[in-house]
Design a protein around this ligand. Sequence first.
Ligand code: UD1
Ligand code: UDP
Length: 377
Amino acid sequence: MKPAFVFGTRPEIIKLAPVIRAFEELDVKPLLVHTGQHYDYEMSRVFLEELELDGIDYHLEVGSGTQAEQTGTAMIKIEKVLMEEKPDVTLVQGDTNTVLAGALASVKLKIPVAHVEAGLRSFDRTMPEEINRILADHASEILFAPTEEARRNLEREGITSGVYVVGNTIVDAVLQNAEVAERKSDVLDRLGLRPKGYVLITAHRAENTDRKENLERLVEILEDLPITAVYPMHPRTRRRLEEFGLWERVKSIENLTVMKPLGYLDFLKLERNAKLIMTDSGGIQEESIILNVPCLTLRYNTERPETIEAGGNVLVGLEKERALHYVERLLNDEEFYRKMAGAPNPFGDGKAGKRIAEILLELWKKGELKVRSSRFI
Ligand code: UD1
Ligand code: UDP
């Protein structure tokens, strides 16, 4: 069997690594295709090194661009690889432009698509990610939903066959790397941080960074945080801060340390030892509940409602008063803190990667890994 993995950004590398590993353990050699949507060392290569994904077969060097430029260029280049390599299945993960490009290029060549982390919905179609998720799910033959909630979202859109609830591979990634991170990373010493003595911040999403008034609201929250803060900053945010003339303001915040994005081991260690996390990232909302760290999400909706229902995550948007209210409460109300930190992980047992590889291998052996003419026959 020949599975092709198409990926291109930081979270895709992290979340697909456990699936790639699981195939290798079944003696199946995966074809690895990196679109190059992320290309800085600290957004891509560092993860390939740390997660030991050294055998990338194709680097497509798509790079940055408008939505259509990036997606279109990726499609053209992925199609060439798939035509040449003729894999049995194409795996994509999540909701990036790389995912949409991989799914469309593949299904049109009649190579079935397996979507890892299928069925997530923010119910906000103004987000590029929501469009990517919906279209990728509808182009996919096999849908690996992380939770029952995700399965129900697919069902609501008429997708009921080929759906498997397997958990989220982020749990695999955290379990496989958290201990190593704790041992190997010296990030706390490097940054002069005390365990549970700081808040960890990340924000990069288009809706928070691409409009000056929104980015300024984020800066205002950062300016008033009553606790030491660290912010490994996505290059998109850094660029926008400079463009909008806000960078100097951020740099002058006394209790805030801004740095380049970190590798996975350093970042996991920072997450695990944070008092709380403030983020607009999808993966970090998941990791915080897995690591028992309260999360305040800098968004007005989330495609991870399980984290809210479990009690480990609160949506604060860019509302300064609301955000600071929850920060104060987490710092001062021990019982509230314990409740949020103790929320149960809704994303599974850390064996999602193994399940995905086994299911696909089984379908392939039975000759059932193909694009069907209809979902309903
Ligand atoms: C993309 C995904 C987003 C995901 C994020 C993970 C889409 C539509 N968005 O957003 O869902 O959460 O990846 O981090 O696919 N840049 C660099 N160096 C890099 C990569 C990007 O400087 O290595 C800068 C460029 O200025 C680029 C900007 O970041 O224009 C945005 O990059 P892009 O890949 O378009 O989207 P992300 O914001 O990374
Ligand atoms: N991450 C990292 N270093 C950082 C920031 C994030 O290793 O400086 C990891 C984080 O642990 C998580 C993933 O990157 O697994 C999340 O990626 P991102 O926030 O870019 O994307 P999203 O999950 O929002 O799509």
